[in-house]
Design a protein around this ligand. Structure first.
Ligand code: 5GP
Length: 210
């Protein structure tokens, strides 16, 4: 284990693009080194979800208390519910050298970018708009008007792509997973991240040889 600070990885993208599926596939792999940042939400628990693992399920009052106590890195209101990233473990985990992985919607990601610009911001994009529409339609029983509203919102969100560092097209989940992992791997190889370690080795070599 290195004591170099870990990376903050933010996976985000428009509603319906499959962020949750890609995130689940990444964390279902063996030997995952990233620590998932469990969000707090006021929405109801879905079947199969576990409190503290998928989300911290809290009441509206509890969530508003978290906001008031400045306990959230960011939060957003999404389809009538609050979602937010608890601050407490993030810095601690990064300091311990572990990468922290957030999967959040676009507004929240832009707020994280303001507060932690050193993060790696990955935008998950739909292969095309008709596929996104299919996913939105297949999700529920929304009327044509609501679907059009969601598509309009999704297009606005897609335009936010320019504020990110990378774009991964979610054509097939395994492809997207591979690309996200590859991005993180190359970020770890950036000169800025390895230079101190190599300089220390050089220093040590000459000290020992002297
Ligand atoms: P769901 O209700 O389907 O689990 O999530 C709805 C949306 O909320 C998804 O787009 C998900 O990425 C986003 N989300 C989950 N946790 C957070 C969070 O902590 N902050 C923000 N801003 N969005 C979140």
């Amino acid at each position: 284990m290195t004591n170099q600070r870990g990376l903050l990885i933010v996976l985000s993208g428009p509603s319906g693009v499959g962020k949750g599926t890609v995130r689940a596939a990444i964390f279902n792999e063996k030997d995952v080194d990233y620590v998932y940042s469990v969000s707090a939400t006021t929405r109801n628990m879905r079947e199969g979800e576990v409190d503290g693992k998928d989300y911290y399920f809290v009441s509206h009052e509890e969530f508003e208390q978290l906001i008031e106590d400045d306990q959230l890195l960011e939060y957003a209101e999404y389809v009538g519910n609050y979602y937010g990233t608890p601050l407490n473990k993030i810095n601690e985990t990064l300091e311990a050298g572990y990468d922290v992985f957030l999967e959040i919607e676009v507004q929240g990601a832009l707020k994280v970018r303001e507060r932690m610009p050193e993060g790696i911001f990955i935008f998950l994009a739909p292969p095309n708009l008709s596929e996104l529409e299919d996913r939105i339609v297949n999700r529920g029983t929304d009327s044509h008007g609501v679907i059009m509203e969601r598509m309009q919102k999704a297009v606005e969100e897609i335009e936010m792509m320019q504020h990110y560092d990378y774009v991964v097209v979610n054509d097939e989940v395994p492809n997207a997973v591979k690309k996200v992992n590859a991005i993180i791997e190359s970020e770890h190889l950036k000169v800025d991240r390895v230079v101190d370690k190599i300089q220390a080795q050089i220093h040590e070599y000459f000290q020992e040889g002297a």
